[in-house]
Design a protein around this ligand. Structure first.
Ligand SMILES: *Cc1c(COP(=O)(O)O)cnc(C)c1O
Length: 295
């Protein structure tokens, strides 16, 4: 089977009086529209991993994530679509939630693992699937050089140039891929990474390990809102206002933090008037369901 998705990810301009005041133009790259389940950057990261699995005649994808992982869901849905079996190793005690329900709906087998054992993923893989010659290890979040390669293709799709690109960061694979794409096309666009974790400066090592050439980029580490999966009322209010004001759904775990960062920087005059800014909508809107009670 040919492992391809037709990429539908248009660039949409968004407007706000704040942008006019500061003389900037803001655009969104709609990777959220690529697929409802294999969302945004998760498809880009999986593409070459799946091609690789197919090439090696491995038909069982084994991967890792937390109970709300967009990557687990994307892997489950991509496996179903392209004829693979899938297993998700889930961090922590057995739970049920909307994300895991959707994983199971797509036929993913789930194995829950305590947080200590979860740290050694190759050992878990060997324990359960050491004898399964059809099984292939895919790292948490799809973090890999193949993942970065898929993400670099986002830059190939652009028909305009921008002064800045903004993207939310978890493993840093998407960021690395986009930076590689900018390097490849010799673009002067400044890349801005917004880690969604506390103490986000460690992400630099993660990004740098998948870079094809050394590169300068900005890290905005003050927009974690308490840490991964955490949110403040201020962030929730921002997400609500953004969705109600644009008709574009974002969520508080990734894209909400990235957009908040962007709006905050605009309001403090961070950008030169005339700047064109592209924000990546990396998808993941199912994450909203896990935070319903905060709204
Ligand atoms: C997983 C995810 C990210 C993080 O991507 P990395 O490549 O792990 O940095 C960003 N945004 C959304 C919506 C995600 O689901």
């Amino acid at each position: 089977m040919n492992i391809e998705l037709e990429i539908f990810s248009p660039v949409h301009q968004i407007t706000n009086p704040l942008f006019d005041t500061h003389g900037v133009k803001v655009y969104l790259k709609r990777d959220d529209l690529i697929h409802p389940m294999i969302s945004g950057n998760k498809w880009r990261k999986l593409k070459y991993l799946l091609k690789n699995a197919q090439h090696q005649h491995k038909n069982h994808l084994v991967t890792f994530g937390g109970a709300y992982s967009n990557h687990l869901l994307a892997t489950a849905a991509a496996a179903a679509k392209f004829g693979f079996k899938s297993t998700g190793i889930v961090r922590g005690e057995e739970v049920d939630n909307n994300t895991l329900f959707l994983c199971k709906l797509h036929g993913m087998q789930l194995i829950f693992t305590d947080r200590d054992s979860y740290r050694d993923k190759p050992a878990i893989f060997a324990h359960y699937f050491g004898d399964d010659e059809n099984a292939i290890f895919i790292d948490e979040g799809g973090a890999s050089a193949e993942g970065a390669l898929g993400c670099s293709e986002l830059i190939d799709e652009l028909t305009d140039t921008y002064d800045h690109i903004f993207c939310a960061c978890g493993t840093g694979t998407t960021a690395a891929g986009i930076i590689n794409g900018l390097t490849h096309h010799q673009l002067k666009t400044k890349f801005n990474a917004v880690p969604v974790f506390k103490n986000g400066s460690f992400i630099k090592n993660e990004i740098d390990r998948f870079l094809t050439a050394p590169a300068e980029y900005n890290l905005h580490t003050n927009y974690h809102f308490g840490g991964y999966g955490k949110a403040t009322d201020e962030l929730i209010t921002f997400v609500k206002q953004f969705v109600a004001g644009t008709g574009i759904v974002i969520e508080p775990v990734y894209t909400g933090k990235m957009m908040y960062c962007l709006y905050d920087l605009i309001s403090t005059g961070y950008f030169k008037p005339g700047s064109k800014i592209l924000a990546i909508h990396s998808g993941g809107i199912w994450g909203l369901l896990g935070m319903k009670d905060r709204f």
